[in-house]
Design a binder for this molecule. Structure first.
Ligand code: SAM
Length: 358
């Protein structure tokens, strides 16, 4: 049984669903071949079929794809959908598609791999002149006072007489989420960067200037997105949807007076690699997810080694040759509970339980 609480949230987000439904109705042409990139429960591809598309390739890396198959069957759509279980970068098509539809936007728009997945699909999976939903993404933001988040960073300094400042140092260069009711805006929101998905690739860069409407502490920046799904259909993640805005901290916090100027320059070099620099009044700031985290700890001379658990997985995956059954693999590696573990890996890696690739 595959639970789908996260996907139920997506389906229950009426603004999101209505905007995609409207855009798909406007953009799909009769007979279109469509890619639903990150199909989840299959919603967007199925809506495209209902709007006249001839065929959908529904690509999904998570186990939710098994639920999408079931949804297709129950709606009598299974003959017009090809499911591909895996990352879109591994998908192959016999014929390039006319339309790509995707909703792989994270809280800040680009933090879930949207750019690289769409850029790769444009190169390999879409015909020239193919349409893409969404068309354009704007990254929007504004400076905020967020004392609750700031308290969290401060709490990570000394606990039980022990130093935990290493944790706080990491948080300075990591993004967070602004929970509802937290974060007081210090200046009106602006568009910081524009991404045209028919062309975009990394790096994505943008900048904006602000003028403080009130005095206060600047703890960081609220960042969210606005998507133009097609001409006339917009989806703003901050307007009554399930998305919460991202939060990019600045450390130490700065103070501004009413009328002070603020500026931010934002660059995304990958889904997990971004930099935010700028100024708040006379103070400057420079943060980057590269300044702390895995990158500086793993130098070119490091000798990485698999953990015992990862080595076990590699052994199991090596035994999946399309001929051995799950039971035989479990027996070959031995150990209690291994049958369930092998089944999980089979599901995750798109191998059916009788050992054949899906
Ligand atoms: C926010 S959900 C949206 C699901 C569905 N399209 C909908 O609108 O309800 C995004 C889904 O895309 C999948 N996904 C993201 N990037 C992907 C990629 N490059 N290849 C395959 N699946 C991807 C995730 O696993 C997730 O299930």
């Amino acid at each position: 049984v595959i639970g789908a609480p996260e996907h139920a949230v997506y389906l229950a987000d009426r603004r999101r669903v209505a905007a995609y439904e409207r855009a798909i109705r406007r953009v799909v042409r009769p007979g279109d071949r469509v890619i639903d990139l990150g199909c989840g429960t299959g919603l967007l591809g199925f809506l495209a079929l209902r709007s006249g598309a001839a065929h959908v390739t529904a690509v999904e890396r998570g186990p939710i794809i098994h639920v999408a198959r079931r949804v297709a069957r129950r709606n009598g759509l299974e003959d017009r959908v090809t499911f591909v279980h895996g990352d879109s970068s591994e998908a192959r098509l016999s014929r390039r598609a006319d339309l790509l539809v995707t909703e792989t936007m994270g809280p800040m728009g680009l933090d879930e791999g949207l750019i690289e997945a769409v850029a790769d699909a444009r190169r390999r999976l879409l015909r020239r002149g193919a349409r893409i939903i969404p068309r354009t993404i704007w990254i929007r933001g504004q400076p905020v006072s967020a004392p609750d988040l700031n308290r969290k960073y401060r709490a990570c300094r000394r606990i039980g007489g022990l130093r935990f400042d290493a944790v706080a140092e990491g948080l300075r260069h990591a993004w967070d989420l602004l929970e509802p009711g937290t974060g007081r805006a210090l200046a009106p929101a602006r568009r910081i960067a524009r991404v045209d998905l028919h062309r975009a690739d990394y790096p994505v860069e943008g900048a904006a200037r602000f003028r403080a409407r009130r005095a206060g502490w600047v703890h960081g920046w609220a960042i969210w997105f606005e998507a133009l799904l097609c001409p006339g259909v917009r989806l703003v993640s901050r307007s009554a949807t399930h998305w919460r805005p991202g939060f990019l901290p600045i450390h130490p916090p700065a103070t501004v007076r009413r009328g002070d100027r603020l500026a931010i320059r934002l660059s995304f070099n990958g889904p997990a690699e971004f930099h935010w620099t700028g100024s708040c009044g006379s103070r400057t700031f420079a943060h980057s997810t590269c300044l702390y985290g895995a990158a500086p700890m793993v130098g070119p001379d490091a000798r990485p080694r698999l953990s015992a658990a990862e080595a076990g997985k590699v052994k199991i995956l090596g035994l999946m040759n399309g001929r051995r059954t799950v039971r035989q693999i479990a027996r070959a590696v031995g150990g209690r509970g291994i049958l369930a573990h092998v089944r999980r890996l089979c599901l995750r890696d798109g191998v059916s339980l009788n050992g054949k690739m899906r």
